[in-house]
Design a protein around this ligand. Sequence first.
Ligand code: ASP
Length: 344
Amino acid sequence: MFRSLVLLASLALLATPSLAQAPEVLPDLDGDPVVLVVHGGAGTISRAEITDATERAVRGAMEQALRAGHAEIVAGRPALDAVAAAIQILEDDVEFNAGRGAVFAADGTVRHDASVMDGASGLAGASTGTMHVRHPILLARRVMEASPHVLLSAEGAEEFALEQGLELVPNEFFHTERRQQSLLRVQERERSATGLAAPDPEPWQMMGTVGAVALSAEGHLAAGTSTGGMTNKRWGRIGDSPIIGAGTYADDATCGVSATGHGEFFIRLGIARDVAARMAYLGESVDEAATHVVGETLTEAGGTGGIIALDAGGNVSMPFNTEGMYRGYVTRSGRVVTMIYGDE
Ligand code: ASP
């Protein structure tokens, strides 16, 4: 915990606008604001634990997602188009705990959660516990745009996906060897744990959720998050990712947020909405609000994870209290930056 706090403190320092080398916040937007920021999950990510091939794959996928979203922005399309374009690419990549590479639930199935929110209209859509929708982020968007509801679950959500003509696939499409091994590892660990309660999840158990926040050419924000949740989740467990205000939030007047981490904490603390509330009520900048919520609110409660946050001026903040977080952004001019480790 102390190490994480030190890391956070140094990130906050790096984020001080007067330090020109800071990658976490653009100190000098110079007419080139950030228009899209993505994350691919927070957790135990250190150089010692990642192979060169994984690092290349993760950075490459994030870059591809950022470029796809950037194309939507420069074409003048809505922020939600950029969010969906970026997240769909990450959902198709087995490196991430979303779509195709999502983690297994305790019963050996893969069940997805996703959400979107539009900062201009305040509308939102989300789905939870789906097993056959190839791109859950598109379902969340259809819920927002084509249903009178905000959050649909399981069979009902899939019936709606079918009606909406979304691509459905067998659950096996999402089964990967790597995630199967993770499930076995977690189940073994739980069997050897003493006492009634399951042990706290390891940081890697919730690695790889994806999210994006975009700023359209017209100055509107949108955010989205997509995940398989936590390895070995039981009893229809739902995390923060499909919960508006916890894992995802967007409001043009403040910021857009997408979160990743131990979902139970993000739900209890209303993390995503809290960032926007601090900006609205306390007049904090997006970086002050995001850094406080992760560095103090989340950390003091014992939760682990991180967030990406973007305001309508193109200022970005990406704090986390884990060892690393897959993250990156693209500026209006097309400058792409990707980061993985805590010291980047
Ligand atoms: N927040 C997600 C959940 O709790 C997991 C993650 O971000 O990796 O379902």
